[in-house]
Ligand binder design. Structure first.
Ligand SMILES: O=C(O)/C=C/c1cccc(O)c1O
Ligand SMILES: [Fe+2]
Length: 312
C-alpha cells in the first residue's frame, strides 16, 4: 500500500463571492498544483473526511463521525447531486477494521452529503463519480463535539486498516480552518429552527435558495468588515498547519472544543477533517508536508488552506 494526504478547504461561496483577482490566482495555482500532485500519485482509493452542514446529519441522531458504505449528494449551493462512486467493499473492510481496533464507528448505508464532500471531488477529480471513494463524515459544527484525541484515533485506525490494503490510498480532509459562517446553532434556537435541526425536514427549492442567499450576503458583509462573526484567525490557522507540518498531531489533543471555537469560530472545528486525514497518513509511517498554501479569504468566509503530504 502507498498513502498520501491532501488537506483542502471548501467554501460554498467560491464562484459566488470571489476575492481580488490576485488572491484568486494564488488559490488557483495552489489548487492546480495539488491536482497535479494527486494525478501523479494516481490514487486507487480516496478516503474522504468531510463535515456536514445540516443537510445529511441532524440532532435526531448526531454521531461524532460516521463511515458511508453508500452516499448521495444533495446538490447544495450549485454543487453536484446524485450518487457518489462509493467503493462499498473497501468501505465495509475499513469499517470492520476500525471497529476491531476499538473505535465506536457508526456506519451509514445511505449517507446524504453536501458541498463539504462534493467540492473536493469536483475540484480534484472533476466529479463525484470519477474515483472509488469511502466518505467519512466528521462532525465539525454540531455541539457537543468529541475530544480531538478521538478524531486522531479514528484517523489512525483508518490509516492502519488502509495499510493492509494493496492499493494506493489518498486521504483527503475537507474543511476551512478558522471561519464562522452563519450555520444555525441548536442551543437557544427558536422552536421552528430547532425542529429543523433535529428532524432535518428537506427544504423546498425556495427555502434552500433563500438560505443560500443568506450565506452569500454574510460573505459580502464579512469581507466589508460589517459582521458580528468571529474574524478569520491567520495566527491560529498557521499554528495548526505548523503542527501538521512538524508531525505534532498529539499536541492537538490539548485543544479544547471551547478554546477552538473561540479561536477559530463555530466552524473552525472543520479542522477535525484535516486531523483525521493526517493521522491516517501518520499511522502508515513518518510523513513530510510537500506543499502548504494559506490565505485568509473573508469573501469565502474561510481561513483557506491547501496542503499535501506523503511518506518521508
Ligand atoms: O451554510 C452552509 O451550509 C455552509 C457555509 C460555509 C461557508 C463558508 C465556509 C464553509 O466551510 C461553509 O461550510
Ligand atoms: Fe464548511
Amino acid at each position: 500500500m502507498r498513502a498520501a494526504t491532501l488537506g483542502l478547504s471548501h467554501s460554498p461561496l467560491i464562484g459566488k463571492n470571489d476575492p481580488a483577482t490576485e488572491v484568486l490566482a494564488a488559490v488557483d495555482a495552489a489548487v492546480d498544483a495539488a491536482r497535479g500532485w494527486v494525478k501523479k500519485f494516481d490514487p486507487e482509493l480516496v478516503v474522504l473526511f468531510a463535515p456536514d452542514h445540516y443537510n445529511g446529519f441532524f440532532y435526531k441522531e448526531m454521531p461524532p463521525f460516521c463511515l458511508a458504505t453508500g452516499a448521495t449528494a444533495v446538490g447544495d449551493f450549485g454543487s453536484a447531486s446524485g450518487p457518489l462512486s462509493v467503493d462499498n467493499e473497501a468501505a465495509v473492510e475499513l469499517a470492520r477494521g476500525v471497529l476491531d481496533r476499538g473505535i465506536d464507528l457508526t456506519v451509514s448505508a445511505r449517507m446524504v452529503v453536501d458541498h463539504g464532500f462534493v467540492q473536493p471531488l469536483e475540484v480534484i477529480f472533476g466529479g463525484i463519480d470519477r474515483i472509488p471513494v469511502v466518505p467519512v463524515f466528521v462532525n465539525g459544527v454540531a455541539t457537543p463535539l468529541c475530544p480531538i484525541s478521538r478524531i486522531r484515533a479514528l484517523g489512525a485506525a483508518i490509516g492502519e486498516v488502509a495499510a493492509t490494503m494493496d492499493r494506493r490510498v489518498l486521504f483527503v480532509g475537507s474543511g476551512g480552518l478558522s471561519h464562522d459562517p452563519p450555520v444555525p446553532v441548536l442551543e437557544g434556537a427558536p422552536p421552528r429552527v430547532a425542529d429543523a435541526l433535529i428532524e432535518g425536514h428537506p427544504p423546498t427549492a425556495e427555502q434552500r435558495a433563500k438560505g443560500e442567499e443568506r450565506v452569500v450576503a454574510a460573505g459580502r458583509a464579512y469581507a466589508a468588515g460589517d459582521s458580528s462573526m468571529i474574524p478569520i484567525n491567520p495566527a491560529w490557522d498557521n499554528e495548526f498547519l505548523d503542527h501538521l507540518e512538524k508531525n505534532e498531531l498529539a499536541a492537538l489533543d490539548s485543544w479544547t472544543v471551547e478554546w477552538m471555537g473561540a479561536q477559530g469560530g463555530g466552524s473552525g472545528h472543520e479542522v477535525r477533517t484535516w486531523i483525521a486525514a493526517f493521522a491516517a497518513l501518520a499511522a502508515t509511517g513518518d510523513y513530510e508536508v510537500n506543499s502548504r498554501f494559506y490565505h485568509a479569504i473573508p469573501e469565502w468566509i474561510a481561513g483557506f488552506a491547501v496542503a499535501t503530504a506523503s511518506p518521508r
